[in-house]
Design a protein around this ligand. Sequence first.
Ligand SMILES: [Fe+2]
Ligand SMILES: [Fe+2]
Length: 197
Amino acid sequence: MTDLETPQAGDDGAQDLDVVALLIRQHGDIRNLFDEVESSTGDERRDAFRRLVRLLAVHETAEEEIVHPFARRAMPGGAQVVEDRLAEERAAKETLAALDDLDTGDPKFMPQLMKLRKDVQEHARAEERYEFTHIRRSTDVTNLAAMAKAVKAAEAMAPTRPHPGVESTTANMALGPVAALVDRTRDAVRNAMGKNG
Ligand SMILES: [Fe+2]
Ligand SMILES: [Fe+2]
């Protein structure tokens, strides 16, 4: 059994019903993918990095469409908390764009990756501490489940645990640039929330 197949903490049906459990699990998946990029080389690193970029793009898009707007409305002081998180997400996206222009074998790649990792981790910690815990208190199980369903629809755009090997590389290439992926994710989320059409 490889690390990628190891069950994650909280890896059970609860995630289908609770958007917070689901997003926290994705934070763990993102951490694991950073580990994978760091510990691999060559094509393996390239493949792991493409999966990391995809999951980050899908995860942040889902948060921007689903939980940040909810937190802004429903949490006391939510507007400021969400402003802070959006600023962190913008900074991370800039680092990600710079990184995405580099080949994974470029000597500048690892220092930029470490910067991105630090930014992303601090951001995830702030979300969990200042936003997610309050989301659970600010709503009911029906709404937590509805938001989870929309995040699941987004997640389908970025499988984090593919079978290792050529097929995952091919699937990654076929998905195209990050901006297009963000657009498709946004559509999938809005459909799941009944906001399209
Ligand atoms: Fe985020
Ligand atoms: Fe997040």
